[in-house]
Design a protein around this ligand. Structure first.
Ligand SMILES: *[C@@H]1O[C@H](CO)[C@@H](O)[C@H](O)[C@H]1NC(C)=O
Ligand SMILES: *[C@@H]1O[C@H](CO)[C@@H](O)[C@H](O)[C@H]1NC(C)=O
Ligand SMILES: [Zn+2]
Length: 490
């Protein structure tokens, strides 16, 4: 039930953290309590239809196994400036996933390459307002800051600016300043980018800065003034890849794509976000191999690259399938290992992103949010997750399925999708605390997109609950006699 872990620094040279289970010590009273628990657990398992089948072993994935992978992800992040981002740490963590998959007989691992724009801040920006001999020097990260993907380095002196009607922007020939709403206290860290960038698309070349509303007001009310600005950033187009593992068994006309993203943000190791989803998917694939699971419908496991740069990996995957489907006769010139999946074969997608937020809420994506062509199937997927929580008698909450994760390219292309998550920076309400436990008035994941999203940021109860929910839905759909008909039941 409760396994205690302590952390010890085993290797001083490489600063690798290793997870060491502490030996359980039981006194007589706790032994007796353990006996009662086991007895209750036995009764429960015996009568629960979810567990009573012959294939009971198949129906649980060990949190311990997921943790082993997370620990490896974390060691890799520590060796790469605390990150698993596209250029730093991602290739190494992908190599780890592939090597694990190659040892097992469940699916054939392949990589699928694509290009992404990468934006990097090289130094702090400066922004000055010059009016005659007066100069106002704004403070970076307080009065203004970079927009991610907001152009590359530039040095601009004494530039005129114009007021833009739509959204309070100032612009000159080669500069954009975007103001935050009056209520915001800090400059926005939002990203300026073409949402669905692909190779050949233009990049934002002029610099873009975020300014606070008060900076905006200062500039607006200063008469006959000009701006000085220096930004030190760059955008490079680099190659990255998805890791796909094509199932060897089951009807390929009813392919199920089970995905999670494997990259992290640049400035954190991303162990909950979204290492927890990626490690759970890996543990489930290996679990199937060990149990010789033969699904009726083919499973394709996917670990997306470059999610944090704008869902670029999953978007590439779906776009590539759709394009090949539209031009079936044109031979593809891809140098990648040929991906043996076609658009028409994909019946559905399951997405597992953050599954172990410290102050978690068990969320299920709302299938009704999917566009018309994917709605019915997505609602069916939502209901199967609900069935899981009802079986184990746990509360859950429905959350939107509008943007923000890798289900998006699927539902936008008529493929039903759904998934679980445990929450990011949202604040838990008192009402939610009563339903789900944890702490009210605190974020669900205080380390979301931060340096502290380490192995210590993982809630093991959440991981256990959610990874078994993932497994439950994968087993349900991969065992469905007629998956396409099942997805019409809404
Ligand atoms: C898959 O679909 C194709 C065409 O729709 C059909 O010819 C083939 O027999 C199907 N395969 C299976 C295993 O159902
Ligand atoms: C699910 O989404 C639909 C459509 O956006 C909305 O009407 C409904 O209230 C949502 N359900 C829940 C439980 O949030
Ligand atoms: Zn993230």
């Amino acid at each position: 039930m409760f396994t205690k872990f302590k952390y010890s620094r085993l290797n001083q040279d490489t600063e690798t953290l290793k997870l060491v289970p502490s030996a359980p010590t039981l006194n007589r009273r706790s032994r007796f309590r353990l006996f009662i628990y086991l007895f209750i657990a036995f009764i429960f398992f015996y009568h629960n239809p979810f567990n009573s089948s012959k294939s009971q072993r198949k129906r649980k994935v060990k949190t311990k196994d997921i943790f082993k992978h997370l620990d490896s992800f974390y060691s890799i992040a520590l060796a790469h400036d605390n990150s698993r981002s596209t250029i730093n740490g991602y290739p190494q963590v992908a190599k780890y996933v592939i090597s694990k998959l190659e040892k097992h007989d469940v699916c054939t691992p392949k990589i699928q390459k694509f290009k992404v724009p990468l934006w990097a801040e090289l130094g702090p920006p400066t922004l000055e307002l010059v009016s005659g001999s007066e100069k106002i020097h704004f403070i970076p990260n307080t009065d203004f800051g970079y927009h991610r993907y907001g152009g590359s380095s530039a040095s601009l002196n004494e530039k005129d600016f114009l007021f833009l009607k739509n959204g309070g922007c100032y612009i000159s020939d080669d500069l954009v300043l975007i103001s935050t709403p009056p209520t915001a206290k800090k400059p926005s860290a939002a990203r300026v980018r073409i949402v669905d960038w692909k190779e050949g698309d233009p990049l934002v070349s002029i610099p873009v800065l975020s300014i606070t509303h008060s900076t905006f007001q200062t500039i607006k009310h200063s008469k006959e003034s000009k701006l000085n600005m220096i930004v030190d950033s760059r955008i490079d187009v680099v190659e990255t890849f998805n890791v796909l593992c094509e199932g060897k068994y089951g009807n390929r006309n009813n392919t199920i794509v089970v995905g999670s993203h494997l990259d992290s943000v640049a400035f954190g190791p991303g162990i909950n976000d979204n290492g927890s989803g990626a490690a759970s998917t890996l543990a489930i694939a290996i679990h199937f191999s060990k149990n010789h699971y033969r699904p009726k419908n083919r499973l394709v496991f996917a670990w997306w690259g470059s999610e944090e740069d704008g869902l670029l990996g999953s978007r590439h995957f779906v776009r590539d399938l759709v394009e090949k489907d539209e031009a079936r006769n044109i031979k593809s010139q891809k140098s990648d290992q040929e991906i043996d999946i076609s658009y028409k074969e994909i019946a559905m997608n399951l997405n597992f992103d953050m599954l172990a937020s410290p102050n978690y809420i068990p969320f299920i994506h709302n299938g009704t949010d999917a566009p018309n062509n994917a709605r019915c199937g997505s609602e069916r997927i939502q209901h199967i997750f609900q069935k899981y929580f009802m079986h184990i008698k746990k509360n859950y909450k429905i959350t939107d399925m509008i943007g923000g994760s890798d289900f998006l390219p699927f539902i936008l292309n008529s493929i039903p999708s759904g998934g679980l998550l445990t929450g990011a920076s949202e604040i838990k309400t008192e009402e939610e605390r009563l339903l789900f436990g944890g702490m009210a008035n605190a974020p669900l994941d205080p380390c979301y997109h931060k340096y502290c999203d380490t192995i210590k940021n993982i809630n093991k109860d959440a991981l256990k609950l959610m990874s078994n929910g993932a497994l439950y839905s994968i087993l349900h759909f991969s065992n469905s006699e007629d998956l396409r008909a099942d997805l019409q039941k809404c």
